[in-house]
Design a protein around this ligand. Structure first.
Ligand code: AMP
Ligand code: ZN
Length: 135
């Protein structure tokens, strides 16, 4: 399940070299070329899934286990003060490469990065409407 036009398929499967931190049969973890912070890395499945919606449940579970393991190792080795897991789906959500990936972002006191959103101020009624819509 590879996509010939997908750069992350090529990187994950070793056809394009990368700074690899970890590799097994199903995944490769690489350093991001445009890092938010020192050590910013990406978990790439070797098979092509465009996004979270396409990811099989079993692969999704393995991604989270691997993220936890990498966060532990990276925190120990880099001495970071915190850690963000970020995963974008769709252009409007900031996805730029359409092969599923999980960002591993070590955070350092005073690193000046902002990963967040402007909080809204919904009423209780609005929250209830949304809750009903999702149920
Ligand atoms: P996203 O915006 O969630 O799709 O994230 C794409 C990420 O991939 C960005 O953080 C880019 O810096 C990173 N990226 C793009 N091309 C490469 C590449 N060839 N090697 C490593 N990271 C890359
Ligand atoms: Zn791909």
């Amino acid at each position: 399940m590879k996509n010939e036009n997908c750069i992350f398929c090529k990187i994950a499967n070793g056809e394009i070299p990368s700074k690899t931190l970890y590799e097994d049969e199903e995944f490769r973890v690489i350093l991001d070329l445009g890092p938010a912070t020192k050590g910013h890395a990406l978990i790439l499945p070797k098979n092509h899934f465009a996004n979270l919606y396409e990811l099989p449940d079993e692969t999704a579970a393995k991604v989270m286990r691997l993220a936890k393991k990498m966060a532990g190792t990276m925190t120990e080795k880099l001495g970071c003060d915190g850690f963000n897991l970020v995963q974008n789906n769709g252009e409007c959500a900031g996805q730029t490469v359409f092969h599923f990936h999980m960002h591993l972002i070590p955070r350092y006191e005073g690193d000046g990065q902002k990963i967040g959103w402007k909080p809204g101020e919904p009423t209780q009624e609005e929250l209830e409407e949304i809750r009903k819509q999702i149920l």
